[in-house]
Design a protein around this ligand. Structure first.
Ligand code: NAD
Length: 337
């Protein structure tokens, strides 16, 4: 049978990227909606054929417990609400897929992991690039030694943010570009390196006169040192557009641009003095469908998601270390997790 997803938060990402893709899934389907806006419940409820019994306001949220059609709750709310709504879903006996960033602190991530564990249910984080063909190929190439020994990873993510949105309001976002888009630079550096950083060193650049950045940071640039000696140089920005990474090793490099966009990934490699563009066949499932089906398959088979809560926690530990390094103006050594 196809497992039933309830979507919590009917904002842009949920309604434009996720809900349409659930129709293409092999192991999952949309069965319920949770929103604070009655008009959205009505509009998307009728569009997707969700009966009134399967439409919930936030006040009614805990009643998902009594709905056996809901197997998985997908939390697509502003960052500061991720922990609360994920934990309540676990307590209602549901599996949870939660958007990135997992939450806004290490303590919240730990509470989410504990709640899912106590309920005996799965917890996965929405790291969709781990289901994207070019990203998978890049990981494979690096692991197979195609670039030799990795020495430098550059990973840049940013966009020019428009004013007046929850992303710029710290109580809802938990932070600035780092929480929203910089996390792609961080997560990619880690999956490309295939090892965990031991030291970070960060610098923040925020024009405090810009009304957009009254409560959150604009830019953070940081470096990470890995046990092998490889370094990552990463960019997170709310005032310039970036979406690229490159892994340079002793024998060549592999690079993607755009790297983690919704679509349009392009890939180049260089070895033996020759640069080539790599074209990949169109996969049967795009990254959104791959992610949604992976969670359903993990529930069906009992396997752990490849991006479980622990993966979100690792990123959050590093985000806290990056902020600390920038604040204190010194490198921060990381304890082995
Ligand atoms: P959005 O603003 O479009 O949607 C957020 C939704 O939450 C809205 O429908 C809003 O009404 C609702 N909401 C509920 N309580 C709220 C409150 N107290 N304050 C403000 N809004 C409230 O945002 P989005 O772009 O859809 O982002 C939602 C989440 O999805 C974020 O965590 C974001 O990081 C994540 N996201 C992930 C990707 C990805 O590619 N994986 C892309 C975009 C967004």
């Amino acid at each position: 049978r196809k497992l039933g997803y309830a979507i919590v938060g009917l904002g842009s990402y949920a309604t434009r990227q996720i809900m349409p893709r659930l129709k293409e899934c092999e192991h999952a389907k949309l069965v319920a909606l949770v929103s604070g806006t009655p008009e959205k419940l009505e509009r998307f409820g009728s569009e997707y054929g969700i009966p009134k019994t399967h439409r919930y306001s936030y006040a009614e949220y805990d009643r998902i417990r009594d709905n056996p059609d809901i197997d998985i709750v997908y939390v697509v709310l502003p960052n500061a609400l991720h922990a609360e709504y994920s934990i309540r879903a676990s307590q209602a006996g549901k599996h949870v897929l939660c958007e990135k960033p997992m939450a806004v602190s290490v303590a919240e991530c730990q509470a989410m992991i504990a709640a899912a564990k106590k309920a005996g249910k799965k917890l996965m984080i929405g790291y969709r690039s781990r289901f994207q063909a070019h990203n998978l190929r890049a990981i494979e190439l690096v692991r197979s030694g195609f670039v030799g020994k990795p020495r430098l990873i550059t990973s840049e993510h940013g966009f020019t943010i428009s004013p007046n949105q929850w992303r710029l309001d710290r109580p809802l976002s938990g932070g600035g570009s780092m929480m929203d888009i910089g996390i792609y630079s961080l997560n990619a550096a880690r999956y490309l390196a295939g090892e965990e950083p031991i030291e970070v060193s960060a610098m923040e650049s925020t024009g405090k006169a810009d009304p957009r950045f009254r409560t959150v940071e604009d830019r953070i640039d940081w470096q990470m040192r890995f046990p092998s000696g490889a370094l990552a140089a990463c960019v997170s920005s709310y005032s310039s557009n970036h979406n690229a990474y490159r892994v340079t090793g002793t024998e060549g490099w592999v690079g993607l641009e755009p790297a983690t966009a919704y679509e349009g990934q392009q890939m180049w490699t260089r070895t033996k003095g020759k640069t080539e563009q790599v074209t990949l066949p169109v996969p049967a499932k795009n990254q959104f469908v791959g992610q949604l089906d992976h969670m359903a398959e993990c529930v069906l088979t009992g396997r752990e998601p490849i991006v479980a809560g622990e993966e979100g926690l690792r990123d959050m530990r590093l985000i806290e270390a990056i902020y600390r390094s920038a604040r204190e103006g010194r490198a921060v050594k990381l304890a082995k997790a």
